[in-house]
Design a protein around this ligand. Structure first.
Ligand code: LMR
Length: 396
């Protein structure tokens, strides 16, 4: 049909610069080479290269199937028991603080979206300070709600270390009310976590400058242990009146596609937390109305049953041990890779160019993010040597 209208049309939309991590999944899947190695997106693989459903989650799903009598609506908070159970292992001594309330969200991503929309409602002038490189979805989530992102250098790829001075300088020159977006543990994409002393310094400056910390914690239990990995967050909660925490069960319960997460809100009083929560529920109502139930219900069943919980903790320990084993194998292969043994969680970053990343893809079927980020758990046991040799050949 001929149209004379000159209003903008959907077909006029510009090309979008999309997050390459999801594109990488499709690219690796379409590679017919049987010995390809997909170390792109952050999913756990066991020694055989499979991403299994965790034993306890599988049992919990069976119990749900047997016992669940209804799929009627639960309400905007989702499963009300779920955040309480998450809070017990995430917040530690802060669980039960009447100034902290939590709700179920579709993954950590849903929690982050809610957090930044809430911040935008309270203080649209706030700038979000984040160290780069960071998880590629942080920027679109922050700027998508209309907040300004203020990036500072967090990690020096060549030196293979945190740029702590630059981090402190950026946080120290922030305005009161600005947001400090912090990775709780297992930094994505670098694996370079703050030490306890650095957390203490960051906490001090956050308090001094009157910043609002948003802690993104999606890998608890995959670094040094559940309590160890939450130590930085708990220090922040000790010191700050207002904190937002975006939590994810994707990795530590292996429920990736079920979208299971929590947002915790802490303010100075139970009353103001209740008011903030009412805002969050309204925002959630506009976005997804109610979170999906199944994954969170399975996690709840695991956490409520002592035997299932013990088995989850054991399997989480096995995952952590596998991470450590692969990290040591890679780090022992070349002095330039020694740093990988010191880092935490699923990711580390190689100081290689985009061309070298593409060469690894073409010549060896090794798929990693353009940034040089790779998932140390992305390979089966029998692929570790081949992966390491290819990397050593590239870094020289
Ligand atoms: C990753 O960083 O690979 C994961 O967190 C998956 C994602 O959603 O990006």
């Amino acid at each position: 049909m001929l149209t004379t209208s000159s209003h903008p049309r959907l077909s006029d939309l510009e090309d979008i610069k999309s997050d390459s991590l999801l594109a990488l999944i499709a690219l690796a899947n379409s590679d017919p080479r049987e010995d390809k190695i997909d170390v792109g997106v952050g999913v756990y693989k066991d020694g055989t290269g499979a991403t299994p459903i965790l034993r306890a989650v599988k049992v919990a799903e069976k119990l749900l199937w047997e016992r669940q009598e209804s799929k009627s609506y639960l309400g905007g908070r989702g499963d009300v028991e779920f955040p309480k159970l998450i809070g017990q292992f995430l917040l530690g001594p802060h669980a039960g603080d009447p100034r902290i309330d939590g709700l179920q969200t579709p993954g950590g991503c849903g929690a982050l979206s809610l957090a930044f929309k809430l911040i935008n409602a309270a203080n649209p002038q706030a700038r979000v300070l984040v160290g780069v490189p960071t998880w590629p979805n942080h920027e679109p989530i922050v700027t998508g709600v209309g907040l300004e992102l203020h990036a500072y250098p967090y990690y020096d790829r060549e030196a293979r270390s945190i740029r702590f001075d630059a981090m402190m300088k950026a946080l120290s020159s922030a305005r009161a009310g600005d947001i400090a977006l912090l990775h709780g543990c297992c930094h994505n994409p670098t694996g370079a976590d703050l030490s306890a002393a650095q957390w203490a310094e960051v906490t001090r400056v956050v308090v001094e400058r009157n910043l609002l910390p948003v802690v993104d914690i999606a890998y608890q239990g995959l670094g040094d242990g559940l309590d160890e990995d939450a130590a930085g967050l708990r220090r922040i909660l000790d010191a700050c009146d207002e904190v937002l925490v975006a939590q994810s069960c994707d990795k530590n319960f292996g429920v990736y596609r079920d979208r299971v997460g929590t947002l915790f809100i802490k303010t100075a009083s139970a009353e103001s937390t209740a008011r903030a929560m009412a805002h969050v529920l309204q925002i959630a109502r506009e976005m997804w109305s109610m979170p999906p139930d199944h994954g969170a219900a399975a996690v709840r069943v695991v956490l409520q049953d002592p035997a299932l919980k013990a088995d989850w903790l054991a399997e989480l320990g096995e995952m952590r041990a596998r991470i450590k084993r692969i990290r040591s194998a890679i780090s022992a292969a070349h002095p330039g890779l020694a740093y990988i043994g010191e880092q935490k969680g699923m990711f580390s970053m190689l100081p290689i160019s985009r061309d070298q990343v593409l060469k690894l893809r073409e010549d060896h079927g090794i798929y990693m993010a353009d940034s040089g980020r790779f998932n140390v758990l992305g390979m089966a046991d029998d692929a570790v040597d081949r992966f390491t040799q290819a990397i050593v050949a590239v870094i020289g």
